[in-house]
Design a protein. Sequence first.
Length: 355
Amino acid sequence: MKGTELYGRIFSPTLSLAFFTIDQTFAKDEKTNVLCVYLKYMGSVINVRGVSKTYDTQVNAIRDISFDVNEGEVISILGESGSGKSTLLRLIAGLEDADKGSILIDDQIIKGPADNLVPGYDFVSLVFQNFQLQRFKTVRDNIASEIYFLSAEERTERVDQLLELCRLVDKSENFPHELSGGQQQRVAIAIALAKDPEVVLMDEPFSSLDSRLKAIIRQEMIDILREERVTVIMVSHDHADALSVADRIMVMRKGEMVQVATPEELYHFPKSEYAADFLGPINYLSLNGSSGAIGIRPEKLKIVKSGKYQGIVEKTTFQGMHYHTYIQSDISNNSILIYSEENRKKGSKVEFEVI
């Protein structure tokens, strides 16, 4: 049953005053026979609480994960292979059974195959890296087949809307093999949006695209999803995907959540060396006689004529907009990476400073 809606306010170190709504949903956990109370804060669509998943091999794929996703928010889950990213996505979609914990989407408790004869939910759509288009159907028919239950008139109207939204009107009668990778990706997004879902889950959606095309398609896809005001969780191992489009990033390692933060906060103020390394190159330097190493991004170092620190150039690689200059210095046990506008010769002495 539904509880009454309560109003209150909460003080936070980052928000001077924030108002919230608590919507209580009561449900009995069938495995433990315990009456659970789920609290849903204003604006949050997805609520994950203490979720764990262990496979038959006794591998802890997911361990005690908790987080919320707000309405219309784009969350990116980053982590190396085997960190549990895709398993978490499948749990949220209702395609796997959690061993512990709960998942709610817009107040509905998400159950896995053990409790659902047909796993999954109409209000949750998935986009996979291989697109899963039907090769012998046109773009229009691929989209239409997802909403077969609508009347012919309603189906045609919805497909036309999606073709316009995803800029596929001129490709509507083409087959998948006649499309570029980016166009196939837009078809996959159109299919995912066909049932007007509340949540879209994307599993490595850009991994099959080359780097040049990926940057273009990545932004196009997120723009389309934002226009439709759907909530998005995107799994990736590429930090560029997350930094460029996500509102918040979750970093995972060995089934555990390492940190959740905005891209800017995670990049500049990571809470662990693992999170710092995952968001891009970083140097660990012993500065000002400090006992421990301090993490400094390459762009925060600058080669100057007269600087506080000295080193010898190991190598320089051309990157287009700048050079990657690798320096050996007594303030680090490893090579120090600095972005430079000049091609420095190997073995040359340089001075640099923190900016």
